[in-house]
Ligand binder design. Structure first.
Ligand code: EPU
Length: 337
């Protein structure tokens, strides 16, 4: 196993922040991973597991071992009348897996097209978009315990999925490497096109008879029109979560801000953080190479050589100003290292 020393992480995080790792190693199999976890020279160092590096902001050099998941493979493990079960290596690129499902007519993740990142990172924050979340098609995952190197299977319920959240961001944080995940896709599509932007896009595309390929294309068009392409402009998607507030708090805010954008949930109301941030005047602002994207204020960007710290400081100023204006505390969605 090649363990690199003082290696740049610039190409391994979608913010393209140029910091280095004391040790860096890519693994292709679970056996590989066990081997590197047993290496004497790195055993006393912190570990950071990287998938696509699309949901993190690196603010300093990492004085530990960075492990990049490269476990590949997509295979059907089971099938019944209505479903197909597909096991996917944690190092597969999420969008490529979505494309595989579209080509084979396996339905359920077409709304999750073009989300950057790897399959193994998806369950961590229960990735979601346009009315669908990973948990809706997730069956189970295999993970390796970093310290005692034992395998464990987590069912959907054991992952404790919630909005951009799972057990791996809470009580099991930093303890496991997700080595593969199994998804349960539908043989018959149940389209989820309620999200306004999808309907509008499908109409613009002139679609009469809907297929999962059309929904995927519509989602790709929408994402391309408003979200920066991380291969061109450094970013990690939504930097903040949409805050959820009690109905009463929402009613109070609506009296003062009648245009506030909100999505009612079962017990509370989710507010569009992008709207709150735009109202505070941040949309399209740049400070050196750090900035707020011009089409979507939820997305912070690195236009070149921004330091992680500059992006972090910008995010703190945004949090402070949203609090001052709306008395709401925005939470970061991106992991800060
Ligand atoms: N809005 C503004 N100004 C902005 C941005 C948004 O006023 O700068 C308002 C608009 O009214 C817009 C509404 O907010 O119609 C919602 O915006 P959008 O449809 O872009 O969705 P979002 O709530 O801002 C969430 C997810 C995105 C996901 C979209 C679509 C979170 C944190 N973000 O954003 O996920 O693509 O919905 O489902 O939940 C990601 O997690 O990286 C991500 C991009």
């Amino acid at each position: 196993m090649d363990i690199l020393e003082n290696s740049s992480l610039k190409d391994f995080n979608t913010f393209h922040i140029d910091v280095s790792a004391r040790f860096f190693c890519q693994f292709n199999t679970v056996e590989n991973l066990k081997e590197v976890l047993s290496e004497k020279k790195t055993e006393n160092y912190d570990r950071l597991i990287l998938g696509g590096g699309s949901n993190l902001l690196l603010t300093k050099n990492f004085d530990g071992l960075v492990l990049r998941n490269n476990i590949r493979g997509i295979s059907i493990t089971n099938e019944d009348k209505d479903h197909v079960y597909i096991n996917v290596g944690g190092g597969e690129v999420w969008h490529q897996f979505v494309m595989y499902c579209i080509e084979n007519n396996y339905a359920g993740i077409e709304n999750l097209s073009l989300i950057p990142g790897s399959v193994g990172a998806g369950p961590l924050q229960n990735i979601g978009a346009y009315g669908v979340e990973l948990k809706d098609v997730f069956y189970e995952l295999e993970a390796l315990h970093i310290r005692n190197k034992t395998k464990k299977t987590f069912s959907n319920a054991e992952c404790k999925f919630a909005y951009r959240d799972s057990v791996f961001k809470n009580e099991e944080k930093g303890k496991y490497v997700i080595t593969s995940a199994t998804f349960r896709l539908n043989k018959q599509a149940k389209f989820n096109t309620a999200y306004g932007a999808i309907q509008k896009e499908l109409e613009a595309m002139g679609i009469k008879e809907l297929s999962i390929k059309d929904v995927s294309r519509a989602v790709i068009n929408i994402r391309r029109s408003k979200l920066p392409d991380p291969t061109k402009i450094g970013n990690a998607g939504s930097f903040f979560k949409n805050p959820e507030v009690p109905k009463e708090k929402y009613e109070d805010l609506k009296k003062i801000f009648p245009d506030i954008v909100a999505y009612p949930q079962v017990n509370n109301v989710k507010l569009a953080a992008g709207w709150l941030i735009e109202q505070c005047g941040w949309k399209g602002k740049t400070f050196g190479d750090a900035g707020v994207h011009k089409n979507q204020s939820l997305v912070l960007v690195n236009y070149g050589n921004a330091k992680g710290e500059e992006i972090y400081n910008l995010s703190q100023r945004i949090i402070d100003s949203v609090f001052e204006r709306f008395q709401l505390v925005l939470e970061r969605e991106v992991n800060i290292i």
